[in-house]
Ligand binder design. Structure first.
Ligand code: ATP
Ligand code: MG
Length: 229
């Protein structure tokens, strides 16, 4: 299947175990998210939140059960179509040894310099443009990024990709309260009309969510509106 997704996501009795693990990381999850809906995933460390998102990007395939996007089974989607349909801010943002330009244009190969600079400014990384600008070298032999800067680089990539599905794995972890609010506002503005799965340990931004799911030991143990939970 080779189109860009509209953005419906459905988990049907999905279970996944890491190789050699005693217990499944994701255990019998059924969840339906309609295009444009926003869902928060909460739960204590190790309960399977990141694994659930990684199943959508096919880092892993379910041990049993199935996942579909727009009603089409994930394994019949072309990889390239999934890539243009899904933007991810992962918990660990990878920085490549290379120019700032290349660390961003991987998310959108035809982006102009002006577009890259605008996104860098939006996420508050303008300091990286000092000196060689977009040619600033990152990683080995270049500028090392702090945890917060990495996070913002990941957010900049997601903004550039501009996909109908946005997966956010603790996008503001390690940012101070004020920056967190700015970045969340930016993400929520960008996310208008998009499907969002938002993993968070914090209770910020939940009022913007249509559903909140509380996970424990690989299962969804509570699900409802943020008022109800
Ligand atoms: P956190 O809030 O700390 O990010 P999480 O809810 O995202 O936690 P996961 O990262 O999905 O939790 O992990 C779920 C379970 O799977 C944990 O027991 C974890 O140790 C295990 N796990 C995660 N990644 C791997 C991996 N690559 N290989 C083996 N086990 C893993
Ligand atoms: Mg995680």
């Amino acid at each position: 299947y080779n189109n860009t997704a509209k953005g419906d996501i459905a988990f049907n009795e999905v279970t996944f175990s890491y190789y050699g693990a005693e217990k499944p990381a994701v255990n019998g999850i059924s969840l339906s998210v309609k295009a444009g809906e926003k869902v928060a995933l909460l739960g204590r460390t190790g309960c399977g939140k990141s694994t659930l998102l990684q199943l959508i990007t096919r880092s892993w395939d379910p041990s049993s059960g199935s996942i579909s996007i727009d009603g089409v089974a994930l394994d019949t989607w072309r990889e390239s179509a999934l890539r243009t349909s899904i933007a991810v801010v992962s918990q660990r943002v990878d920085v490549f040894n290379g120019a700032l330009r290349h660390n961003l244009s991987m998310a959108k190969s035809n982006a102009s310099d002006d577009e890259l600079i605008s996104v860098i400014e939006q996420v508050g990384l303008s300091a990286l443009l000092e000196g060689p600008g977009l040619d600033t070298w990152l990683g080995d032999g270049g500028r090392q990024l702090s945890g917060g800067e990495r996070r913002r680089l990941g957010i900049a990539r997601a903004l550039l990709r501009d996909a109908p599905i946005l997966l956010l794995d603790e996008p503001t972890e390690g940012l101070d309260v004020k920056t967190e609010q700015q970045i969340l506002a930016l993400l929520l503005e960008h996310a208008k009309g998009k499907t969002v799965l938002f993993i968070t340990h914090r209770l910020v931004g939940l009022t913007e969510m249509d559903q909140v799911c509380l996970m424990d030991e690989g299962r969804i143990i509570e699900q409802g509106s943020h008022q109800a939970l």
